[in-house]
Design a protein around this ligand. Structure first.
Ligand code: HMH
Length: 231
């Protein structure tokens, strides 16, 4: 891969869908202060359901990292740190839901959410390569990091009551964590492309990682669409 690694090469190649996921009208509405609060509440309830599913996916990635190697690179610590973050996030969702009057126990997953969760479930299988799974894991976290960090830039009109939400994924610590995940993914993708050169089975892994990355971006767009009530 060229400079910046495999991931940046793919993001350049699939730029439009990446922009679609990280600069969605729902995010732009938060950023310019025109967000519809019923959309926000819908997103909150649906994302809580998604995050619970995402915890199980994270656990499956952790197991793959642990099986993969001697872990001299410290992959499991990074993933475990992410899981600790998800633990906080679940508590935060409960607090936030009660603040906004969203009844989580009565929230039912909508179609786009169900499809996204089903997609995650398919990737929890032991047959799915660690390289593919960590690429997906990075992409899911990175979309939220990019999206919410965009709402915290100078000269935005993000409403004060939504600043904390944006901080959750837009803060520097979360940015660092996403960077660590990206480094792991790039390292493994680089290895898969080296395997390709020496005639080992790297082609399948690379192709699948790229395909699943695009699927993540598509699911993220659908997820935002659902929150806005356009899907
Ligand atoms: C739909 N994508 C969705 N929800 C999230 N909470 C994240 C990504 C980031 O964890």
């Amino acid at each position: 891969a060229g400079k910046g690694g495999v991931i940046d090469t793919w993001l350049r190649k699939h730029r439009l869908i990446y922009i679609g996921a990280t600069r969605h009208p729902f995010i732009l509405a938060i950023r310019d202060g025109t967000v519809n609060y019923s959309s926000f509440k819908k997103w909150l309830g649906q994302d809580y359901i998604f995050v619970r599913e995402f915890v199980a996916f994270a656990a499956s990635v952790l197991i793959k990292a642990w099986k993969e190697s001697d872990d001299s690179e410290g992959d499991t610590e990074v993933i475990l740190g992410g899981m600790a973050g998800l633990h906080d996030e679940i508590a935060w969702f409960k607090k936030e839901a009660s603040k906004w009057g969203v009844e989580l126990s009565e929230t039912v997953p909508q179609k786009a959410n169900q499809l996204y969760c089903r997609f995650l479930e398919s990737l929890m299988s032991p047959e799915v390569d660690y390289t593919v799974a960590i690429t997906v894991f990075w992409a899911i976290e990175a979309v939220y990091q990019e999206s919410f960090a965009h709402c915290l830039e100078p000269d935005t009109n993000t409403p004060p009551e939504l600043q904390e939400v944006c901080q959750r994924w837009g803060n520097d610590g979360f940015g660092q964590y996403c960077h660590s995940l990206k480094k792991i993914a790039n390292r493994l993708l680089e290895k898969a492309s080296d395997d390709l050169i020496v005639g080992k089975a790297g082609d399948d892994v690379l192709k699948k990682a790229e395909v699943e990355l695009i699927r993540v971006l598509e699911h993220e767009v659908e997820f935002w669409n659902m929150s806005r009530g356009t899907a």
